[in-house]
Design a protein around this ligand. Structure first.
Ligand SMILES: [Zn+2]
Length: 286
C-alpha cells in the first residue's frame, strides 16, 4: 500500500504521471501453442486415470507429455492450488511470477504454465475452461490467478498466532512427500507458488490489495490442460473452500476435487514437438 506522501509533488508531476504505459513483455514474438492441433486431439479423449483430492488435503498425479488433464469441481464450489514439476526433475517447476509477467494476472485458454530457470519452457497449455464466460467482474476479479501464493501456516501464524496444519502449503508437502519418499523437510523447498484454480481474486481499486470472493465454480466445471512435457502434479483442495470468507482454518465448507488424465487418439498429435529447455547460452556475461 502507499501511505500518505511526505514528499511534495515536483512541478512536472502531472506530466510524469500522464505517460502512457507499455506492456513489459509484448507477446508478438512468443512461440504460440498449436491450438488447432490440441483442439483436434481433444475431440476423442480416453480417460486413463482418475485421482481424487480430499477436502483440506492434496494428492499427486502423473501426466505423460502429449496427454491432457482436467481439474474438475465435484460436490460444491471449491478452490484448488496446483503445483507442477518436470516428472524426473523437481528443480524444474512451475514459475508463477514469470507466467504472470507473460500472460497477466489470471490465466485462460491458450495461456501456458511456464517452468523455472534455466528451463523456461511451457509445462502445460490451458485447452478448455468452463468458467471462461466469467471474464472480469465489476470489482476487477477473475478466476485462475497467478498472483496469490498459496495459503500457508507461516503467514497464518504471523497474523493470528495459530498453528494450522492443513493449509495448501502443508497439504502439498504431505502429498509430495508421499509420492517421492522425501521427508517433509526435504519436500518443503520443492513446493512453490501455485496456479489458483477456480479461485476468484483481484486487487482492490483503492488500495490495490489482493482480494478474494466466492468462486463462481459449480460441480461439473473443469479446467483442462495439455501436458507439454512429462509432469508430476500436486493439487490441494484449499481449506478456504470457495474462498468467500477465510482460509487457514477448519471453519468453512470444503469439497473434494477430481483430476482426470486423458489420452488422445494415436496420430492426432502428429506434428507436435515437445518443447525443449531454453537455448540461452547461460554464460551470463562471464
Ligand atoms: Zn489454500
Amino acid at each position: 500500500m502507499k501511505p500518505a506522501p511526505q514528499t511534495p509533488s515536483p512541478a512536472d508531476a502531472d506530466a510524469r504521471k500522464a505517460i502512457a504505459p507499455v506492456i513489459c513483455y509484448p507477446l508478438d514474438t512468443l512461440p504460440l501453442p498449436v491450438m488447432d492441433l490440441y483442439k483436434k486431439a481433444r475431440e476423442a479423449l480416453e480417460k486413463v486415470e482418475e485421482v481424487l483430492v480430499q477436502p483440506r488435503d492434496a494428492n499427486t498425479f502423473n501426466v505423460p507429455a502429449g496427454h491432457f488433464f482436467r481439474i474438475i469441481s465435484m460436490d460444491g464450489p471449491q478452490v484448488g492450488d496446483l503445483n507442477l514439476w518436470a516428472k524426473d526433475d523437481l528443480t524444474e517447476r512451475f514459475y508463477s511470477g514469470k507466467t504472470r509477467a507473460l500472460h497477466g494476472t489470471h490465466l485462460g485458454v491458450g495461456d501456458r504454465m511456464w517452468s523455472s530457470f534455466p528451463y523456461l519452457r511451457p509445462m502445460a497449455t490451458i485447452t478448455h475452461d468452463t468458467l471462461d464466460w466469467y471474464g472480469f467482474d465489476e470489482f476487477g476479479g477473475s478466476v485462475h490467478d497467478v498472483i496469490g501464493t498459496r495459503c500457508d501456516p507461516y503467514t497464518g501464524h504471523l497474523l493470528s498466532g495459530d498453528d494450522y496444519h492443513f493449509c495448501c502449503h502443508s497439504n502439498l508437502i504431505r502429498a509430495l512427500a508421499a509420492e517421492t519418499g522425501l521427508s517433509s523437510d526435504q519436500a518443503e523447498p520443492h513446493v512453490h507458488d501455485v496456479l489458483n484454480v477456480f479461485m476468484c481474486t483481484g486487487f482492490t481499486k483503492d488500495t490495490h490489495q489482493y482480494f478474494m470472493k466466492a468462486s463462481p465454480v459449480r460441480p461439473g466445471d473443469f479446467l483442462e490442460f495439455f501436458a507439454e512435457i512429462d509432469l508430476l502434479g500436486a493439487l490441494s483442495a484449499c481449506p478456504g473452500g470457495d474462498c468467500s470468507s477465510e482460509h487457514s482454518s477448519d471453519t468453512v465448507a470444503c469439497y473434494p476435487l477430481k483430476v482426470e488424465i486423458l489420452r488422445p487418439e494415436k496420430g492426432t498429435l502428429d506434428g507436435w514437438i515437445p518443447p525443449g529447455p531454453s537455448s540461452y547460452c547461460r554464460s551470463h556475461g562471464l
